[in-house]
Design a binder for this molecule. Structure first.
Ligand SMILES: [Fe+2]
Length: 373
């Protein structure tokens, strides 16, 4: 079996200025970003560069309509490289924009049009969560088909993944919390995946250690920009390590179940994942407490300095300082949706469910939704 593969070349710079010096950004580049990132980091450099602000094309997670509109805008510019400088939405959109985009981008997601790479893609993530800079997955809501779908082909890998911790400085407290918890869950789910290898485990474990350690230091005085500043480098690296781990070993049930409320109620990805995290693990424990999950629990118990028997309660208490955990009905879920979401998870999320620590049957998935409802 293939033990580890990382496609993009990974670069690291303390500042955006140093990144620019190495990559010599200029008029043969198209920068896709948000104005709130352009103003503090790019504008002072006085670059002659083509720029598209993603927020002009809609807010929230990527959709095929957003991609189509941006692809049309892109035609106004003559350029070679795309530089994606933003969060998960910008990174995923640029993976698609780096291909030859047909009139309707939905055709790439359905497979009607074969992906063909057109532009070199440089990704500079500005959140510490998705790890999307090293994976080939681009997820978009396909409005015309009323569904969410991932495109994951060889052509959607970036050519370069560039980590610039400076660009995490302005993250709002809540975005820091949701994105870093997402990274923590990438690390844990990939650690327990049957596809894990000794190489992915190394990245998973290091990411868990760095994220939990960073949280402990930050939370002494609260999750604020000032308290996070000394640890941004650790979080930038840890989310990338977790990306490498899950890019190879995959994510599983936590992600699979969370897409239901993410899609139906537009709950941000990291927050939705967090709602399911420990409940999924309790079900794993019921089914096979002695396997690898025992090692994961021991690691968390040691970090949290608690008895392994109460590790999930302690984990909820600890992470609860960053994001609130609430019943799913508070997001708008109804009782009938317990069955609906169970069925749609089984129907649409097999890509993830096959990476479970242990397989879940319908009743077990339903039990998780019911317990959290
Ligand atoms: Fe995720």
């Amino acid at each position: 079996m293939e033990a580890l593969r990382v496609v993009p070349a990974i670069h690291y710079f303390d500042t955006f200025k140093e990144f620019n010096e190495a990559f010599r950004l200029g008029k043969r580049d198209l920068l896709v970003t948000n104005q709130w990132m352009y103003d503090p980091y790019v504008a002072p450099l006085g670059l002659d560069i083509n720029v598209i602000y993603q927020e002009k094309f809609g807010s929230g997670e990527p959709s095929d309509e957003m991609i189509d509109a941006m692809a049309a805008e892109m035609k106004k510019y003559d350029f070679d490289r795309i530089v994606a400088f933003g969060g998960g939405t910008i990174v995923d959109i640029c993976k698609v924009l780096s291909l030859e985009v047909p009139e309707k981008s939905v055709d790439l997601f359905t497979g009607a049009v074969k992906p063909k790479k057109k532009h070199e893609l440089i990704v500079v993530p500005t959140t510490c969560g998705t790890g999307s800079e090293v994976t080939n997955v681009a997820i978009a809501e396909l409005k015309s088909l009323h569904t969410k779908k991932g495109l994951a082909v060889e052509e959607t890998y970036a050519d370069a993944a560039v980590l610039v911790p400076e660009s995490l400085q302005g993250l709002p407290d809540y975005v820091f919390a949701t994105s870093s918890i997402d990274a923590l869950i990438h690390a844990v789910e990939s650690y327990l995946s049957p596809k894990a290898s000794p190489f992915t485990e190394m990245y998973s474990l290091k990411a868990i250690e760095m994220i939990m350690d960073g949280y402990q230091k930050i939370l002494v005085n609260g999750n604020t920009k000032e308290n996070r500043a000394p640890y941004l480098k650790d979080f930038a690296l840890a989310s990338n390590y977790a990306g490498i781990a899950f890019g190879n070993a995959g994510c599983a049930a936590v992600h699979a179940l969370s897409y239901s409320i993410g899609g139906a109620f537009h709950v941000p990805h990291g927050e939705a994942n967090y709602q399911f995290f420990t409940e999924v693990f309790k079900m794993y424990m019921k089914k096979d407490p002695k396997g690898k999950i025992a090692q994961a629990n021991a690691i968390f118990a040691q970090i949290l300095n608690c008895d392994v028997a109460v590790v999930y309660e302690e984990l909820d208490r600890f992470l609860g300082q960053l994001i609130g955990k609430k019943p799913l009905k508070e997001y708008g879920m109804t009782e009938t949706q317990i069955d609906e979401f169970t069925d749609s998870t089984i129907e649409n999320q097999q890509r993830l469910l096959k990476n479970n620590y242990v397989p879940f049957n319908r009743e077990e998935i339903r039990e998780i939704f019911a317990a959290l409802y």
